[in-house]
Design a protein around this ligand. Structure first.
Ligand SMILES: Cc1cc2nc3c(=O)[nH]c(=O)nc-3n(C[C@H](O)[C@H](O)[C@H](O)COP(=O)(O)OP(=O)(O)OC[C@H]3O[C@@H](n4cnc5c(N)ncnc54)[C@H](O)[C@@H]3O)c2cc1C
Length: 375
């Protein structure tokens, strides 16, 4: 009670417009300090998008079992564990016995979770990767539970595919919950606010130049609490419309580090190596190779079904007192209260089909300025 009173008083001292002392949210929100001189880092990454959905299939090549496991679009962190269970099932269905050492290529979200899943099933694992965190695309991710983000196009999302996706999403969700409550906070639940200029009933246009994506979230709506519309007195933001939601958030650096530590603790080996062509798999001593190269598969396999989708995130100096996410609906702005900083994500105008890794500071500064306008 005392803490709640203190927080309310300090927010009032900040003179948040529209803020009311009888504010009904469980945690009255502290103001985000949104100014461009607080940007400490800008990261650019590529979402490995595949119109048909992720490729999870096995083939016999060079006398080896090669399990392809890539193409998770904007959902790789969210879907990772469920997807890894699919890849593991393919290994097991080939009669590969626990105790045997397998090779996993790639040290992003998919490679790391695949390696851990295989270890937990009793396999020895050697990870091969050109780069490791934080120099992988997965390190640039926002960190929201979004298993439905750029994961397939509407025209490819058959009922069978959608049922399988739902099972993967649910399996993944369950494993993410086992990472709650740890000191480094790899996975946390946070409240958040969606604010808007227009009524929430108004449909939003899709991203320019992108295909239609299916509406999948209703299939797993039971996995998080229902949102709630807020009156002007119930939120401090300078916008007429707001909703509160509760969402699962990944503190990406802590999550990656924990996965790497757990991998090593269970006897995993990590080898730095670049594969220039599939024939390079033939030189590996392991009989089973799991190809988790993400966007790298485009070049390595010449896979034209892959489309790179550029993404950029900026971090503002951490504000531990800010414990809520903020989305400015229709205005290209998502902010997460990550432990390594306030994470500000915004799309660029030409990100679809774009693999340009050069940071665009003006894009992140504009996003931070949009954020400042909300307080
Ligand atoms: C800006 C942005 C925001 C995102 N936000 C979210 C989010 O909020 N939630 C969510 O769930 N997902 C999000 N995603 C998507 C998610 O990050 C991706 O789906 C995920 O990173 C894919 O992981 P990966 O392991 O397949 O690929 P990567 O992280 O790219 O890892 C690939 C690995 O393979 C290695 N490799 C590649 N080619 C070769 C080669 N030839 N030889 C040897 N090694 C090779 C690389 O070095 C690396 O280790 C976001 C992505 C971006 C870019």
């Amino acid at each position: 009670m005392q803490r709640r009173h203190l927080l309310a008083a300090s927010s009032a001292a900040l003179a948040l417009p529209g803020y009311s002392l009888d504010f009904a949210a469980p945690n009255p929100p502290a103001a985000m300090r949104a100014s461009v001189d607080r940007i400490v880092d800008i990261a650019v990454g590529i979402r490995p998008f595949r119109a048909q959905g992720p490729r999870i299939e096995a083939e016999k090549r060079f006398g080896k079992t090669v399990v392809h496991h890539y193409g998770h679009g904007g959902s790789g962190w969210s879907l990772s564990w469920g997807s890894a269970q699919r890849a593991l099932a393919l290994i097991q269905s080939r009669g590969v016995r626990p105790g045997e050492r397998i090779a996993v290529i790639g040290c992003g979200a998919i490679g790391l979770t695949t390696a851990r899943t295989a270890q937990q099933a009793g396999y020895k694992v050697r990870l091969y990767a050109k780069d490791r965190p934080p120099r992988v695309h997965s390190s640039a991710a926002t960190g929201l539970w979004t298993p439905d983000s750029r994961i397939i196009t509407s025209e490819n999302a058959s009922e069978a595919w959608t049922t399988d996706w739902e099972a993967m999403a649910r399996a993944s969700f369950k494993v993410h919950q086992s990472y709650l409550g740890l000191p480094s906070g790899p996975v946390e639940w946070h409240d958040g606010y969606v604010v808007a200029d227009e009524d929430f009933d108004q449909a939003l246009p899709g991203h320019i130049g992108e295909p239609d994506y299916p509406e999948l979230s209703s299939r797993i709506a039971d996995l998080r609490p229902q949102g709630k519309a807020l009156s002007a007195a119930e939120h401090p933001f300078r916008k007429p419309h707001a909703r509160r939601f509760t969402q699962l958030i990944f503190n990406i650096p802590a999550y990656q580090r924990l996965l790497l530590d757990d991998f090593a603790r269970d006897g995993g080996e990590l080898v730095q190596r670049e594969f220039r062509q599939p024939r390079d798999f033939a030189r590996l001593p392991e009989r089973v190779v799991v190809n988790c190269t993400g966007d790298g598969a485009r070049k390595l396999l010449g896979d034209t079904s892959m489309t790179p989708v550029r993404g950029q995130t900026a971090r503002l100096i951490p504000q531990p007192e800010v414990d809520y996410a903020l989305i400015y609906r229709g205005q290209n702005l998502v902010v997460l209260p990550r432990r390594d900083g306030l994470l500000v994500a915004a799309m660029g105008e030409h990100d679809f089909g774009n693999d340009d890794l050069r940071p665009d500071r003006a894009q992140s500064e504009a996003a931070v300025q949009r954020l400042a306008g909300l307080f």
